[in-house]
Design a protein around this ligand. Structure first.
Ligand code: NI
Length: 173
């Protein structure tokens, strides 16, 4: 397994619609493992393949945050939201591609998602609480959508300006 660099916003690769994964092969399994390692290292609770510059429909997550609790790594290939609750939930979201910037986002409180797992098996599960927000945030990445797209334009522009500055500073370092 290896940690790969995470692409920072703004970047055209984060605005693309990703292609379905056809068949979970060794290369795709390796990518999922690298994504999990990169996510834990960051640290974060979710990561989507386009954040590593790979425009494929693959996300990983682990929303277990309690100290001492067993980790629950998940890799979801071709995830699809099948149903969402009318009830909404608000979380202050962040993103590994937009470090140190946060904003409140309203999303359905519960979602039913289907996907293909790392063994190639078809899965379906209901997610709630932080898991529901995280899975929707990550699936948005596969559509080229970021959490800042839900914020007011002024706030979004402010965050993007800060990110442009941060990227310039990092490029110089
Ligand atoms: Ni994100």
């Amino acid at each position: 397994m290896s940690i790969r660099p995470i692409i920072l916003h703004p970047d055209p690769r984060l605005k693309k619609v990703c292609a379905p994964v056809d068949g979970v092969n060794d290369e795709m399994r390796k990518l999922a493992e690298d994504m999990l390692e990169t996510m834990y290292d960051a640290p974060g609770i979710g990561l989507a393949a386009p954040q590593l510059g790979i425009l494929k429909r693959l996300i990983v997550m682990d929303c277990i945050k309690e100290e001492g609790a067993d980790p629950q790594p998940m890799a979801l290939f071709n995830p699809e939201v099948m149903w969402m609750s009318e009830a909404l939930n608000t979380y202050e979201e962040g993103c590994l591609s937009i470090p140190e910037q946060y904003g409140d986002v309203n999303r359905p409180a519960e979602v039913m998602v289907k996907w293909i797992d790392i063994d190639g098996a078809a899965c379906e599960a209901k997610f709630d609480k932080l898991w529901a927000t995280c899975v929707q945030h990550e699936i948005d990445h596969l559509e080229g959508k970021l959490f800042i797209d839900y914020l007011k334009p002024l706030r979004r522009q402010m965050i993007t300006r800060k990110m442009v500055k941060l990227k310039r500073e990092r490029a110089r370092a």
